[in-house]
Write a protein of this length. Structure first.
Length: 438
């Protein structure tokens, strides 16, 4: 309660719709130990990921690069990584979370049991939309409907854990009453738990950077209808996951491996000085206009039009401040005469028999994920985005060509420099080299 919600300039949380969870999956054979942590949060900064990895290494001795810290990317949770002016991070919360994540991993390491593992895939094509294509063509031309499933059973064959992977933003609610929620992945988890009882159900976000929940017409409105669709989408995903899991054959013979690669992502040039000064002035003008706006907060039952005006002054101020800050930082970069050409990110690959997790610290567009899956030599390939940090959106070259105004410009919120159009190619080639060279 009271923590600022992240994903947009939502302001402070006003209650709890459903609980947020972290789930720990610790896999071990005679040679390797791997820790997979999933969280109902928006994401993490690189420094924080290193703190968690360091703490776990010190506590149980596992190598830092054998630890995956992932986030579902819910937009109804507290601010846990940097988004310019879109939610202040509460350090007390982060410190408490650090202790809980490390402590839960230690607990898991002390509660190991013999188990078997298996993999499967399903398909759900009616709960997600391609918002880039909806904006440009008023229709979906491509999504990734695959539901990736990992099942773990104990020696008696009883299901102990299910890990589902799906590509879609958790924005079915998107600030519904500013209530804390895990969004549709949380409802999918509870759907499975109602059937199977005490089973660890976890979720990893796929390549859903450009994918949002169905129906597109209700996106970002936070009305009672959004609550209905949040439950519907979660139920459909949970049922498909459970259907697939029930058919999966498992094995006690488990090969584990981990590889990482540091990738240099190419940056584009900054806009010219005239454009940046104009942008800064636009932000200042918005700040002046904000004084005349209302700052009321209406409940979800107030209707779509009214809710869109919630905290109008607050949102205008925060977005204007973000624009001004970005423009001023960009101007300083130009004045320095030393433009940046690259930023770094780590791609992590986790191999489990004939499955590989490709873990990327970004909001990856789904076509990138589909290409990696198609060219992967593994039978099962799960793209795990929002993994081990965050660099922002990694769009396709096509998104730049059709001039979609959101993901391709979001470096203004995530950083300073925009990515080059080559970022898609670099990401795909780096990921495939990592996984196919094993």
């Amino acid at each position: 309660m009271g923590l600022e919600i992240s994903g947009y300039s939502f302001g402070s949380s006003r209650g709890i719709l459903d609980e947020l969870y972290a789930k720990i999956l610790l896999l071990e054979n005679e040679n390797e130990t791997i820790v997979i942590i999933t969280t109902d949060l928006i994401g993490f900064d690189f420094d924080y990921v290193d703190r968690i990895r360091e703490g776990i290494r010190n506590a149980i001795g596992v190598s830092k690069d054998h630890i995956l810290l992932s986030a579902s990317h819910t937009h109804s949770g507290p601010a846990t990584y940097f988004l310019r002016k879109w939610g202040d991070i509460d350090e007390d919360y982060m410190n408490c979370l650090e202790k809980k994540l490390i402590g839960a991993t230690v607990w898991a390491s002390q509660d190991l049991t013999q188990a078997e593992i298996g993999f499967g895939r399903g398909s759900v094509d009616n709960i997600s939309n391609n918002r880039v294509e909806r904006w440009k063509y008023q229709e979906d031309r491509s999504i990734d409907p695959e539901v990736g499933v990992i099942k773990i059973v104990n020696e008696k064959g009883i299901m102990r854990a299910v890990l589902m992977n799906f590509s879609c933003h958790p924005t079915s609610l998107h600030s519904y009453g500013n209530l804390i929620s895990a969004d549709y992945p949380g409802f999918a988890r509870r759907t499975i738990e109602k059937v199977k009882g005490e089973v660890c159900v976890a979720f990893t976000q796929g390549a859903g950077g450009d994918i949002t929940p169905d129906p597109f017409d209700y996106l970002y409105h936070g009305t009672p209808e959004n609550l209905k669709f949040f439950k519907r989408n979660g139920t459909i995903l949970g049922c498909e996951t459970l259907k697939v899991a029930e058919k999966i054959e498992t094995t006690s013979e488990v090969e584990l491996w981990v590889k990482t690669r540091n990738v240099q992502l190419p940056l584009s040039k900054l806009p010219d000085k005239e454009f940046l000064e104009k942008t800064r002035q636009e932000g200042m003008d918005s700040l002046k206009q904000a004084a005349s706006l209302k700052n009321e907060f209406l409940p979800p039952t107030s209707g779509r039009v009214a809710i869109m005006r919630n905290l109008q002054r607050y949102k205008t101020v925060k977005n204007a401040e973000a624009l001004i800050e970005w423009a001023e930082l960009a101007l300083k970069e130009i004045e320095s005469g030393e433009p940046k050409k690259y930023i770094s990110m780590e791609i992590q690959a986790i191999g489990i028999n004939d499955l590989v997790l490709v873990c990327i610290p970004a909001e990856v567009f789904h076509e990138i994920g589909l290409t990696i899956k198609k060219k992967s030599k593994f039978q099962y390939t799960h793209i795990v985005s929002i993994a081990n940090g965050m660099v922002g959106y990694i769009p396709t070259e096509n998104a730049y060509e059709i001039e979609y105004p959101y993901e391709t410009k979001m470096r203004r919120v995530y950083g300073v420099y925009p990515f080059s159009t080559d970022v898609e190619k670099v990401t795909i080639e780096s990921a495939l080299h990592l996984i196919n060279s094993t």
